[in-house]
Ligand binder design. Structure first.
Ligand SMILES: Cc1ncc(COP(=O)(O)O)c(C=O)c1O
Length: 375
């Protein structure tokens, strides 16, 4: 059993049904230990920057391993917003000047895309239908002016999962690049950037990667790295960040050229420990377990006369199911009182599952939800 073996490593889920993973993963012993290590270094050594640099590098390498990239293709950053801004700052929109994104993307990437309009870019927003954004609809919006397609692999509203590999094929066939926001897929599914052939991918670390806010990682396909020079930048993008009296930029030869300034070191300590848990369990095991649980949850919904916000089959379903409720934020609050942790979004309450969740969590969650809705 995947779930039972792990309870002792997650004191934050003991006697709770923790299903808020699409918002914030629960604290593990491993992450607590990593943060304590960071604190100890700070207390005992004051400014152990060599150690901290190594720790940030290790976390970035652990993420590279998880997504089956080379460590030189990944760099640490702060947020998905930052990662996308860093990449878009490499382009001047003189040849291709359009970005394609959908109305179901997270506001962070949409905001960054729209901000490029001041720089001469046109943003085409693809509309979703029945909770899904079809690849055909993306395809109709891509043309020989499209610089980049931005794809939210799993949407945070209803958990619809896009096929990143198929999207990459479509984008590339029209000469466009693909940037994937994998915030709602990293840590709960198998990501293989070589197989999917995406150009860029970014994710933050506090959700299914089990870390805390403040860190994110950006993947850039190896052959693109040296063709790109960001203007959204900082000293850690340079071949020698510590060179003072600089009179010209000299970007690092690897993905570190997309870095900016000093990292949130503590957050990378946490991220490293969180990612290692996913590597230890195995992403395929995690994915299979979650697919089973979300399937079970959907079956049980009928019995409770509850409805999902949207219905998808196994291959189109991310790691959560959003259940239609009135006043979702107040429902989230009410459920928390019964130690059921979920996450409200719009007209739904999200039950977001991870490898440590069980069918009992779902049963308890649905029974309590029904009670809360009747009260
Ligand atoms: C799909 C998705 N993208 C992006 C974000 C956040 O973006 P950022 O890292 O820019 O805060 C979230 C949630 O916080 C998300 O669910």
């Amino acid at each position: 059993m995947v779930a039972k073996n792990w309870v002792t490593r997650f004191p934050g889920i003991e006697n709770r049904a923790y299903m808020a993973n699409c918002s914030q993963g629960p604290p593990s012993v491993d992450v607590q230990q990593a943060l304590a290590d960071y604190m100890r270094g700070w207390l005992e050594k004051g400014n152990p920057w060599d150690e901290w640099m190594e720790a940030v590098g290790n976390a970035s390498s652990a993420f590279a391993l998880l997504i089956r990239a080379k460590k030189e293709e990944v760099c640490p950053t702060f947020t998905v917003s930052n990662a996308l801004s860093e990449i878009l700052s490499c382009y001047d929109f003189s040849e291709r000047n359009e970005i394609v994104i959908s109305d179901s993307d997270f506001p962070s990437t949409t905001t960054v895309a729209l901000a490029q309009e001041r720089r001469g870019c046109t943003v085409r927003i693809v509309s979703s239908r029945n909770g899904k954004c079809a690849l055909d609809d993306y395809e109709k919006s891509i043309n020989d002016k499209t610089l980049m397609v931005i794809l939210c692999e799993v949407t945070s509203y209803n958990g619809f999962k896009h096929d990143a590999r198929a999207m990459a094929e479509i984008a590339h066939s029209k000469g466009a690049k693909l940037f994937v926001d994998s915030y709602q897929s990293a840590g709960n599914s198998v990501i293989d950037v070589k197989r999917s052939d995406v150009d860029f991918l970014a994710t933050g670390t506090q959700k299914y990667l089990l870390g805390i806010p403040g860190s994110a990682y950006l993947y850039v396909r190896e052959d693109l790295i040296q063709t790109l020079e960001p203007s959204f930048t900082g000293w850690f993008s340079q071949r020698d960040p510590f060179k003072f009296g600089r009179t010209r930029t000299e970007y690092a030869p690897d993905a570190n050229r997309f870095q900016s300034g000093t990292w949130s070191v503590a957050s990378h300590y946490a991220a490293n420990a969180g990612i290692k848990i996913i590597l230890e369990v195995g992403d395929q095991v995690v994915q299979d377990h979650i697919t089973q649980l979300t399937g079970y949850l959907l079956e049980r919904l009928n019995e409770h006369e509850l409805k999902p916000v949207s219905v998808f089959d196994d291959t189109e379903r991310g790691a959560f199911v959003s259940i239609k409720v009135p006043n979702s934020h107040s429902v989230e609050e009410q459920l928390r009182k019964y130690r059921i942790h979920t996450s409200a979004r719009g007209d739904g309450i999200r039950f977001a599952l991870h490898f440590f969740n069980t069918k009992e969590d779902i049963d308890k969650g649905l029974e309590t939800l029904q009670k809360v809705l009747k009260d």
